[in-house]
Structure formats: structure tokens, C-alpha cells
Design a protein around this ligand. Structure first.
Ligand code: AMP
Length: 218
């Protein structure tokens, strides 16, 4: 599980980790955006919260996550969680849902607020496959995704007001989740302010050492 502020690099790193280990990337933000783009009533309800930078109500997000965890065969080989849980209720509920299939590792991707503000202001995302770009690091051809050919655009919730709201909510709601996993003994920190490749290297080292039974790396 990757935890961290908006713009900490959770999506980019979770997607790389999932590819590296051949496991599923479960990102609640992506699932909610897909539902909104498909125009389902649940998706449209979620979008009104997302566009303001508010958290989507637990009963909607829990339903989306439960469905994936209970019915999606891709999670059986393991998964990387990105964007969930975002409050203590969700953390508790996730434990209940997983039962004996406990989480192995929760990583706090630590990035200073001024860095995430710069990242989010210039962030552009593929509307089809969610690959992340930046004004400083655009796709090769005129905002067409290098990976899937989709259109690369600014997210509707990457406005200045919505970003400030999300950062406030992070302090109030999501910091306690970090504490929750510290108490559970599965929390680790990685400096998310470094270059993308460097952060990825640290994450892989951490995963490898955490799954080595002889290790005390956590
Ligand atoms: P993200 O792509 O993770 O930045 O999520 C985008 C938006 O989706 C958030 O600002 C929330 O509005 C909503 N969202 C994603 N995950 C959750 C969650 N676990 N709980 C509540 N809202 C969420």
C-alpha cells in the first residue's frame, strides 16, 4: 500500500511496482474516475465530490473496493493499493475485508508540500490509462499518451482550490491512517521527493527486504 499526499507519486510508483511484480494495481481514484467517465450514477455522484477536492463518501468508495477485492480474480496474486484507505474507517474496514490475507507493507511516500504543489500544478494525466505526465515532462507527440495513444489532459480536480482542500483533508483524515499502520508494525517511509527512478529503486529494495524472512529492515 502506498500512502502520501496528492502529487507524492503514488500513482506513478504503484503502477511501476505492479508492472515490476506482475500484480494488480488497485487505485480508487482511477476506479472512481472511470465510473464518472462511464456516466454511472455512482460515478457521477463521486465526481461531484472529487471535483471539489473532497473525499468521496465511505459507502461509495467501500463498495468499489469491496467489489474489486471480492470479485476481481486479478488480485489473487497480490496487489498494490493506491489511494485507499484515506481515513481510519477505511483502514479498519480493509482489515475486516482482508481477514487473514493481511497487508504486508504500508509505505508513506514523504514529499514536502511545496514540491507536491509544483507537481500538481503541472500534472497532466492520460484519460485512458492514467499514465502521469508533467508540463516539464510531456508525452512525445502533442499530449497523446506514449503508452496507449489516449488523450493527456489536466484532471478536473487539479485546480488550486481543490488541491488546497485535498491537502487539508490529508492532514485531518489521512495522517491518522499512517499512525494506524505504524501501530500495526507494517509502516515504512520512503523519500518521494527524489527522481522517479530513484524512488522506485528504494521501493523495490524495501519490498525485497520486507519479504526476506531474515531481515529487520522495517
Ligand atoms: P487520487 O487519484 O487518489 O488523487 O483520488 C482522486 C479523488 O478521488 C480524491 O481527491 C477523492 O475525491 C477521491 N478518492 C480516491 N480515493 C478515495 C478514498 N479512498 N476515499 C475517499 N475518496 C477517495
Amino acid at each position: 500500500m502506498l500512502l502520501g499526499k496528492q502529487g507524492a507519486g503514488k500513482g506513478t510508483q504503484a503502477s511501476r511496482l505492479a508492472e515490476h511484480y506482475g500484480i494488480h494495481h488497485l487505485a480508487t481514484g482511477d476506479l472512481l474516475r472511470d465510473a464518472a467517465a462511464a456516466g454511472t450514477s455512482l460515478g457521477l455522484e463521486a465526481k461531484s465530490f472529487m471535483d471539489q477536492g473532497s473525499l468521496v463518501p465511505d459507502e461509495i468508495v467501500d463498495g468499489v473496493v469491496d467489489e474489486q477485492l471480492r470479485t476481481d480474480a486479478r488480485i489473487t496474486g497480490g496487489f498494490v493499493l493506491d489511494g485507499y484507505p484515506r481515513n481510519r474507517h477505511q483502514a479498519q474496514r480493509l482489515d475486516d475485508t482482508l481477514g487473514d490475507a493481511r497487508l504486508d507493507l504500508a509505505v508513506d511516500l514523504d514529499v514536502p508540500t511545496e514540491v507536491v504543489l509544483h507537481r500538481i500544478a503541472g500534472r497532466r494525466v492520460c484519460t485512458k490509462c492514467s499514465s502521469v505526465y508533467h508540463l516539464d515532462n510531456p508525452p512525445e507527440h502533442d499530449w497523446i499518451c506514449d503508452v496507449c495513444g489516449g488523450s493527456v489532459e489536466q484532471r478536473d480536480d487539479d485546480t488550486a482550490d481543490a488541491v488546497m482542500r485535498r491537502l487539508e483533508l490529508y492532514e485531518m483524515e489521512t495522517l491518522p491512517v499512517i499512525q494506524y499502520y505504524r501501530r500495526a508494525g507494517i509502516l515504512a517511509h520512503v523519500d518521494g521527493g527524489a527522481e522517479t527512478d530513484e524512488v522506485f529503486k528504494h521501493l523495490v529494495e524495501l519490498v525485497e527486504s520486507s519479504f526476506d524472512p531474515g531481515s529487520t529492515a522495517r
